[in-house]
Design a protein around this ligand. Sequence first.
Ligand code: N01
Length: 537
Amino acid sequence: MASSKGAADRSDAFDAVVVGAGFAGMYMLHKLRELGLTARVYEAGTGVGGTWYWNRYPGARVDVESLEYSYQFSEDLQQQWEWSERYATQPELLRYANHVAERFDLKRDIQLNTRVQAARFDEATGRWHVTTDNGNASSRFFILASGCLSSTNVPDFKGLGGFKGSWYHTGGWPHDGVDFTGKRVAVIGTGSSAIQSIPMIARQAKHLFVFQRTATYSVPAHNGPVDPVALARVKANYRDFRERNAKTGYGFILDANEASALSVSDEERRAVYESRWARGGLGFYGSFGDFLSDKAANDTAADFIRQKIRSTVRDPVVAELLCPRTVVGCKRLCVDTGYYETYNRPNVTLVDVSKTPIDRITATGLRVGERDYEVDAIVFATGFDAMTGSVMKIDIRGNQGLRLADKWAAGPKNYLGLGVAGFPNMFLIAGPGSPSVLTNMLPSIEQHVRWIGDCIATMQARQAQRIEPVEAAEETWVSHVNELAAASLFPSCNSWYLGANVPGKPRVFMPYSGGFATYIEKCNEVASRGYEGFALS
Ligand code: N01
């Protein structure tokens, strides 16, 4: 049984405290138990599942195929679990998370409904003291599995407090759902969450107004039931499938074409894009080898998608507004079902707020310039304080009281994305400095958990008490992450990868963009050299 609120009103000592019971926190707990360690997982929600617990907006589903976006640590689990669709819906993913929690008896060490507020390292005892809104704990290891996209971003619009209708954020959707039937609805934002929810909301609402600041590239999902032939092939040798996936740049198999987009004729290039478009999904990233490194190559993909938008959306003015002008992939490519088609509906209006921003929320709607839009409900599909938001909300203090918030004031600094100098025995899972959000998150999470588990096992074998990165290794890693980003097209637009969506946030490209396979090699090399770049004592 998960601990109830009351049961936690005491100070507890554990080998490890883990923040978050999403896919990362759940597997970390399982791994710690395998090592014979005691652990407590704190989770702010009333259930497990992380992202899939919070993001219940209409149309929410994964954008990586379910057969790949799933745990691989248990052969029985991956053989026995049956995904119903190529891209699982949020309810199915949440069922999966709960199934894993039950199957591995995780809930008895997960304390729900509890938010971690502070964590302080005591140099004298070598222990972390963790404060929550529901009891305190101490532990040798402090592990942040708090998620990259869990701290919601509601822009500070004037007048929101006086709005008489209802408002929602996609990342904190009511558990009972929302019925928009007969309502006039505003959706603010056109990122992945908006692109998935807009077609669903448009079907219910009397009228839908979409407020777009930046147009987004999206490829069709072509979702459907899992292909039984592909399923049988994967399950016959799931291990091989996972090994191939770990050798890719993105952590999922996309049959990457290494050729340059500029090395082939116009007809050949178009045929490649058409076949990727027909297959659907993020495999579009694998069209050409220089997709994200050469602007001229990227322009050919951008032109292709713009043509698709123009041939789908009947009103040419609306189609032009929907055509993005940025680099394809400098924001995460979206995967949709009927997104562009939705703008052909008579009850949908696209409002361009790129030049004239939303001025304020009024009692009855939104004001843009001189014009008022009257609505009954507002959906903020405005994203997250990504990658650092959920970590920075915790007051974390390391050696000599050093605050993580101060250390990261100019952007996150860590070594391999796994540890932070000055914060002994603290680990991050799939956060900044690692491939995380640029990859299939599940294999990235599992790779981190395995690495942390091996590291702790090595410490036990050597009777080492503390581990933390050496400053010089951390500096070198941060520079490497920055250099890789600077050599790519990623920094060319205002993305949440760069922190550009949150006013005042330092502009630093946060994830490691050198590719999943290269990153795994680097982590393994560090471990095989006795945790090179870390100080063990
Ligand atoms: O958030 P976003 P998201 N006025 O930050 C706009 C993952 N995910 O929740 O681009 C007007 O991408 C903002 O405009 P702009 C996935 O990794 C995955 O959609 O800043 N507009 C943008 O259009 C994804 O990348 C799935 O100009 C404002 C939108 O709000 C990540 O989560 C599904 C504004 C925010 O887009 C985040 O996606 C969903 C303002 N003041 C999410 N402020 C899958 O498919 C912001 N915007 C698995």
